[in-house]
Design a protein around this ligand. Structure first.
Ligand SMILES: Nc1ncnc2c1ncn2[C@@H]1O[C@H](COP(=O)(O)OP(=O)(O)OP(=O)(O)O)[C@@H](O)[C@H]1O
Length: 189
């Protein structure tokens, strides 16, 4: 069985965690690229806050290259087989790193800024922006990493403007089809 990577991309609060939930329910391993930053943040700052996370994010890219987070994620997954999900890809440079190791597709989750802002406010995650200006600032930081390009080149798109159940069903069906396709491709070859 070959490795097949589903790269999940979306702006903050778009609903990427719904895709992770659907993946876990299908028994697929999920890797979060944010975990690499979380580990580096503890190493560099000894404390994890949204500010130290953001600073680490910028710092490691500058020090070790735009592809660093993807390379670190690859170290964890390259021995894996079958369909896996990687949450949080942010640039085409990162996409290229994954493409070298396996067949990949990009699954994007989209919701309008207004919807994302309302949902972020409700989820009450520490460090989330609580006003429109900070929300826009965070969006721009993500876009500077190149996230907009990844979303523009997505193979699949979930528009998450309806209910959570609807988005979950969309994600579940896409992932299930990919699992079936990968199984078929492997039995053919
Ligand atoms: N369709 C929906 N209806 C209502 N609430 C939703 C919907 N989709 C997501 N949410 C809620 O909106 C919030 C943001 O979603 P989620 O945390 O999945 O976003 P994310 O893309 O993982 O964000 P980040 O990149 O910031 O981690 C969560 O509290 C989630 O439960």
């Amino acid at each position: 069985m070959k490795l097949f990577i589903v790269l999940v991309a979306g702006m903050p609060g778009a609903g990427k965690s719904i895709v992770s939930k659907a993946a876990r329910d299908l028994g697929l391993p999920v890797y979060n690229m944010g975990d690499v930053i979380r580990m580096e943040t503890s190493r560099l700052y000894g404390i994890i806050t949204p500010e130290t996370m953001r600073e680490t994010s910028r710092r490691v890219r500058k020090l070790y290259g735009e592809d660093y987070v993807a390379r670190k994620t690859i170290e964890q997954i390259k021995e894996k087989r079958g369909v896996i999900v990687v949450d949080g890809v942010r640039s085409l440079v990162e996409v290229e790193v994954f493409k070298k190791y396996a067949e990949t597709v990009i699954l994007a989750v989209h919701a309008s800024p207004k919807t994302r802002f309302e949902r972020i406010r409700k989820r009450n995650r520490p460090g989330d922006p609580d006003n429109w200006e900070d929300f826009v600032k965070r969006d721009l930081t993500e876009l500077q990493f190149g996230l907009g390009n990844v979303i523009a080149l997505a193979d699949y798109m979930i528009v998450n403007e309806g209910s959570i159940e609807e988005a979950y069903r969309g994600a579940y069906n896409i992932l299930k089809k990919l699992v079936e396709k990968n199984a078929k491709d492997n039995s053919d070859s």
